[in-house]
Ligand binder design. Structure first.
Ligand code: PPS
Length: 270
């Protein structure tokens, strides 16, 4: 089987698009920026679905980007030689995807505040999806039967190695505040009707009218409801209505003194 994969540190990779030299360079030298967003998955977990969702969020629901740029250019795969070359020189915040197990991931991940999104999927479905995908691809050794693929999968002799090691490895990051775990199954449960309802009911106007959420139930000795409302305006930039020019300058200075060393892309209101 070894001639059907590119091997790096005991992990099999597809033999097209990957090289041990690049994989080593990525692990040792690729530096994550705090403003990067990374989609991390074992192959066939719904990676491309999540990329599409994130691209649509970036585009505020607009479809121009997803309909004009191939998905692998919108969120390149870090570990492919092509993706690596593109990403390492790209300026500004980067969106990228990776199937790498954590022990082969750039070491900078452990110090970085980059947003890490790990997408899980039931490994049985990952297995079936992988079986059909690798059968039609020319990237790895083709399985001859599901039974054979199941045997490879259980032993970790499939592209990117053991699902169990991959998942255990990445889940060790789950307590970190820049790590978000999602699952294919949860995404699947979000029906369009539910999403519409979520958007409607979390809107400012609807929350303002929901007495279970608008704090009008809070006793008046704690909140003086006659003088104002907890659900005040719910807009961005209202400070401009109230700050004088002098106050704005003082605040700018204090902000600069305290926050200048952080990547300014972290502050989306600028
Ligand atoms: S890859 O090759 O590792 O990047 O593949 P990946 O994108 O992780 O997984 C492919 C499976 O995801 C399914 N898929 C979707 N499911 C639901 N909704 C949407 N929009 C969607 N897009 C892709 C795709 O069909 C593969 O799963 P299976 O079970 O094979 O259908």
């Amino acid at each position: 089987m070894s001639d059907e994969y590119v091997w790096f540190e005991g992990i099999p990779f597809p033999f097209v698009g990957f090289s041990p030299e690049h994989l080593r360079d990525i692990k040792e030298n690729f530096v994550l920026k705090d403003e990067d967003v990374l989609i991390l998955t074992f192959p066939k977990s719904g990676t491309n679905w999540l990329i599409e969702i994130i691209c649509l969020i970036y585009s505020k629901g607009g479809t121009k980007w997803i309909q004009s740029v191939p998905i692998w250019e919108r969120s390149p795969w870090l570990e492919t030689s092509k993706g690596y070359k593109f990403l390492k020189d790209k300026e500004g915040p980067r969106l990228m995807t990776s199937h790498l197990p954590i022990h082969l991931f750039p070491k900078s991940v452990f110090k970085s505040k980059a947003k890490l999104i790990y997408l899980l999927r039931n490994p049985r479905d990952v297995l079936v999806s992988g079986y059909f995908f690798w059968t039609i691809s020319n990237l790895v050794k083709k399985p001859e039967s599901l039974e054979q693929y199941l045997d490879w999968f259980i032993r970790g002799n499939v592209a990117f190695g053991s699902w169990f090691d991959h998942t255990r490895g990445w889940l060790s990051m789950r307590e970190k505040e820049n790590f978000l775990m999602l699952s294919y199954e949860e995404l699947k449960r979000l029906e369009p009707d539910e999403l519409n309802s979520l958007l409607e009911h979390s809107s400012f106007q609807v929350m303002k009218e929901n007495k279970m959420s608008n704090y009008t139930l809070m006793p008046s000795h704690i909140l003086d409801h006659k003088s104002g409302s907890f659900m005040r305006k719910g807009i961005s930039g209202d400070w401009k209505t109230y700050f004088t020019v002098a106050q704005a300058e003082v605040f700018d200075k204090v902000f600069e003194e305290n926050m200048a060393d952080l990547p300014q892309e972290l502050f989306p209101w600028k």
